[in-house]
Design a binder for this molecule. Structure first.
Ligand code: HEC
Length: 173
């Protein structure tokens, strides 16, 4: 008799468990568990990370290209008359930009482009004393673009010169 009650109890427990196992709630839990396992798996995290990285990288690349193209146009309209399209300058009158050691100091270059220069300057050991006119009409973004163009085209660096860098130099006075 006691044994029979025992088995009956067990049977009831089993059916209850079966009911639970078949319930939507349990299926949902299982589903959630599988989803969490995927979300926290290493490969998934790596995949997500690399996707964000590549999208950031290509955004930077597109911005650099935009600055370069804009800067090239500004250079050809405002600078190439004197410094020449190929950046080699003109004899003793206009200093070269391509290969110029003056470009080492970017702050000075930004300042000079906006305000011009009446000094005598030295470029690669050669002195130049013609005045360079100021470019008051160029906005900070224009200057950032033209500097980005010059530095990339003549391989001083291969990054964007940000508008904030131009602002910093020109607000100094
Ligand atoms: C009218 C001619 C003329 C124009 C236009 C001109 N420059 Fe110059 N640039 C000069 C001269 C002359 C100097 C040397 C200035 C000095 O001796 O003080 C110079 C110096 C420079 C220098 C520093 C020296 C070097 O060669 O590395 C840079 C950089 C420069 N110019 C960039 C530009 C850019 C960018 C533009 C256009 C936005 C521009 N210039 C427009 C005549 C010009």
């Amino acid at each position: 008799m006691k044994n029979k009650i025992q088995t009956l109890k067990l049977e009831i427990r089993d059916t209850k468990y079966d009911e639970f196992e078949n319930s939507i709630f349990f299926k949902l839990l299982q589903y959630l568990y599988r989803l969490l396992k995927i979300v926290f798996s290493k490969t998934f995290i790596l995949l997500l990370l690399s996707a964000t990285l590549t999208s950031c990288q290509s955004e930077e690349k597109i911005k650099l290209e935009q600055y370069y193209i804009g800067g090239k146009e500004i250079y050809e309209q405002n600078c190439a008359n004197c410094h020449q399209k190929d950046g080699k300058g003109l004899q003793n009158l206009y200093p070269p930009i391509a290969g110029s050691d003056f470009l080492k100091n970017k702050d000075k270059v930004i300042w000079l482009i906006k305000n011009g220069s009446k000094d005598t300057i030295s470029v690669n050991g050669k002195t130049f004393s013609q005045p360079m006119p100021a470019n008051i009409h160029l906005q900070n973004l224009d200057i950032a673009e033209v500097v980005t163009y010059i530095y990339n085209e003549w391989k001083v660096d291969n990054k964007i010169t940000e508008v904030s860098e131009v602002e910093k130099v020109l607000n100094k006075n």
